[in-house]
Ligand binder design. Structure first.
Ligand code: ZN
Length: 245
């Protein structure tokens, strides 16, 4: 392929812009905030489950406590009624039976009150777990919001940079002959983003290998408008005054 040496030099400008665009795109894709957001999203899913579990525990225990307390009230008022009946009873046998029931109710009340106490302890533990889970979730949510704001700020900067570079790329590409541009694009696509490399002090800046022997001889004797390729990496090799040929 033939191309004016000035066009070959323009290829290097285009390559520079393409490399910057690739770097910006890579940075946009690998922002630390993105990994942080992903991690926090997973954390929050687990933490929300913890909160729901603790809330359920607290509400179950509270319901159980209310039921026990209402049982205590019933036992207490039944005993009170028994005592009132005892006070007005004229039958010794009835009084004895009532007395018997009052004793049994007192035992029942004491059992129920023990259960209430035990339940209150459990409830305290559950409430602590709920507060911890809710606190953990709130911390995560704050960290998540910070990471999202950080990501969006970075996106804004990178996208502004990218827009400017895309503009520069369009200008640089517009100056090149279509065939040379297409040739460059094809090599760039198969050579990890670098389609054209400068020959600097006999070294290909694409693969960093130094030209010697027959390769060097071939480059020296090639006409200036001949598009050369590195024998090692296949990239377009652009001669400059610093090629030291
Ligand atoms: Zn090379």
């Amino acid at each position: 392929m033939k191309a004016e040496s000035v066009d070959q030099l323009h290829l290097l400008d285009l390559q520079h812009v393409d490399t910057v665009i690739d770097q910006l795109t890579h940075r946009r894709r690998t922002l630390p905030e993105l990994a942080e957001i992903e991690r926090l999203t997973v954390d929050q899913r687990r933490q929300r489950d913890d909160v729901v579990r603790a809330e359920t525990e607290v509400s179950d225990l509270t319901r159980e406590q209310r039921k026990l307390e209402s049982d205590v009230d019933q036992v207490r008022s039944r005993a009170e009624r028994d005592r009132q009946r005892m006070a007005v009873s004229t039958s010794g046998k009835e009084a004895e039976s009532l007395q018997h029931e009052v004793v049994s109710l007192a035992r029942r009340q004491s059992d129920l009150e023990d259960q209430v106490l035990e339940l209150m302890e459990q409830l305290e533990g559950a409430a602590t777990r709920l507060a911890e889970a809710a606190g953990g979730l709130a911390t995560s949510e704050t960290a998540y919001d910070t990471a999202v704001a950080g990501r969006d700020g970075q996106f804004q900067l990178i996208d502004a940079d990218l827009a400017a570079q895309q503009q520069a790329r369009a200008t640089a590409a517009g100056e090149l002959p279509a065939a040379l541009l297409a040739h460059y694009e094809a090599i760039r696509a198969s050579s990890r983003g670098t389609g054209a490399a400068r020959l600097y002090r006999r070294r290909c800046e694409g693969c960093h290998l130094e030209l010697s022997g027959g390769d060097l001889q071939r480059v020296r004797s090639a006409p200036a408008d001949e598009v050369l390729h590195c024998e090692e990496c296949g990239r377009i090799l652009v001669r400059t005054p610093e090629s030291a040929l």
